[in-house]
Design a protein around this ligand. Structure first.
Ligand SMILES: Nc1ncnc2c1ncn2[C@@H]1O[C@H](COP(=O)(O)OP(=O)(O)O)[C@@H](O)[C@H]1O
Ligand SMILES: [Mg+2]
Length: 240
């Protein structure tokens, strides 16, 4: 087998919030790599900085210092407008809180990344429907998000993140609101996507049921990566 190709790489990333006495440093120098065709899962207690880190990897938040290369682009050196364009084309982000638009239908929500890229709604909707079908929501396309359960809303958010075929999928607890069956379904879908060349996923999770779907597991604590190992070397008993 040839050596894995790095998809995203962070070096010495730091991030603080607030200023003066209220300033807290949340990331204390993060080094992490993710690889093409792999699912990297990120574990760690609440408040340790997982969401902050993946927001930086996705380019929605700027680090205070450090270097960041994502799909070959030096994000730390790029202008905001260039990052926004890069993100719209290459990254599918699944937010912890879903961030669906309440006033429009699920199919319109799932179409949003394509609309951002300038596609017409008429052209985008068939792609959105296809994406909703993939997550098992084919029967709910016309409903608004608040007419669906939490788990169904989470799947709309996943369909939206996949609709533009992003090379990098980043998700914050993608199965938190899902029962076992739908959690597996989503992870099977991610696994299938990783078989296409040049794809990569970074998944924050508390859900030990889905760790088996990962290729690599990184553990965070208090703003640092404390371990990063291939899943075959992960000590499941120790982390239970
Ligand atoms: N926008 C923000 N302003 C101030 N503090 C924040 C902000 N975002 C996150 N934090 C703080 O940073 C720490 C890490 O948060 P977060 O990255 O959300 O952790 P996790 O996702 O691991 O639960 C927490 O103490 C949180 O309160
Ligand atoms: Mg979080």
């Amino acid at each position: 087998m040839s050596a894995p190709i790095i998809a995203a790489s962070a070096r010495s990333i730091t991030k603080s919030f607030g200023s003066g006495n209220a300033r807290i440093e949340v990331l204390h120098g993060i080094d992490i790599d993710s690889y093409e065709s792999e699912i990297l899962m990120l574990l760690g207690p609440s408040g340790c900085g997982k969401t902050t880190l993946i927001s930086i990897l996705a380019g929605t938040l700027t680090a205070d210092s450090g270097e960041l290369s994502v799909l070959g682009e030096p994000l730390h050196a790029m202008k905001k407008s260039a990052i926004t364009r890069f993100r719209a084309r290459n990254i599918g982000f699944i937010f912890q809180q879903f961030n669906l638009i309440p006033t429009i239908s699920c199919e319109e929500n799932a179409a949003v990344p394509l609309l951002i890229q300038g596609m017409s709604l008429a052209k985008a909707l068939p792609h959105a429907r296809n994406s909703l079908d993939q997550v098992g929501l084919g029967d709910h396309m016309k409903k608004r998000p608040n007419q669906l359960s939490g788990g169904q809303q989470q799947r709309v958010a996943i369909a939206r993140a996949l609709v533009h075929h992003p090379r990098l999928i980043i998700c914050d607890e993608p199965t938190a609101a899902l029962d076992a069956e739908n959690g597996q379904r989503v992870m099977d879908l991610f696994r299938d996507l990783m078989r296409q060349p040049g794809r990569c996923a970074i998944v924050v999770t508390h859900d030990h049921r889905i760790l088996q779907y990962s290729d690599r597991i990184a553990t965070m604590n208090d703003g640092r990566i404390v371990e990063s190992v291939p899943t075959s070397q992960f000590d499941f008993d120790h982390h239970r």
